[in-house]
Design a protein around this ligand. Sequence first.
Ligand code: ASP
Length: 317
Amino acid sequence: MQRRTFIKQTTALSAIASVSAKASNSQNVAKFPVVISTWKNEKANTAAWESLQKTGRALDAVEAGARIPEADPNDTSVGYGGFPDRDGNVTLDACIMDEKGNAGSVTFLQHIMHPISVARAVMEKTPHVMLSGEGALQFALSQGFKKENLLTETAKKAWEEWKKTSKYEPKINIERHDTIGLLALGNQGEISGACTTSGLAFKMHGRVGDSPVIGAAVFCDDEVGGACATGLGEFVLKTLGSFLIVELMRNGKTPQQACEEAIMRIVKRYNYKEFQIGYLALNKKGEYGAYAIQPGFNYTLTTNGVTKVYESASYMK
Ligand code: ASP
């Protein structure tokens, strides 16, 4: 089982210091265009940034960013190379939302390397928001996506190893959940968001998490900003975290305060010591926030063409 390599505490502290220095108040601010993504996803941010240089559109940027881990066989929680469910099937969830309030999503999609692009096609080419399973696959094929085997040898070996005990226990900050969620402000300052995942490793067949659910894993409103989520999706679903964060920002909270409040809603009601949730928020002014239940959540920010990984603050110390 591979772990994410977390940046060392010292690097994190100096990185946080350099960001804080730029902030106009206690809230971190980035100049748009800006890209922010969950976890250590520098390559994804770089692709998103390059896309912004070409089209300037936040929607193109978040899609381009999401496609990077989707195609990376070494990323075991997204797309190709993602760990399978308990029956050995790689099943994928993704969603995308633009500044006009358009949204598209796929759930329980198999054999397609880029679910985020299928989600975008659902948004742009169908009257629907969400397509699932076989229907999503048929739609993807009709749009020219290729059917592929997404189970790599490494993921297969990990699954075979897991089958020896078949113990289902998601671990905090461990590679069983490391979904990418992205938010971007485009050249016109418009907001878009995306999320893509292979979901929890060794989940029940048919399990769908928060990642394809608009309002749970991603929500954007161009009057306010956007939010995205990672972690044990069941708790993001039960609290509709991203929608909540955007509404909190609408009502005057900073992105940082809104992320903290959304985490507190979980902490107050659930046995939060046993799982991780991380939230990111970005408002229209370029102010952003990050907060998680447990230490260990990090995020990648690109502003002024510079990409850096930062450690998020967390409820548990
Ligand atoms: N939220 C995702 C899920 O529950 C997993 C993750 O964030 O890594 O499917």
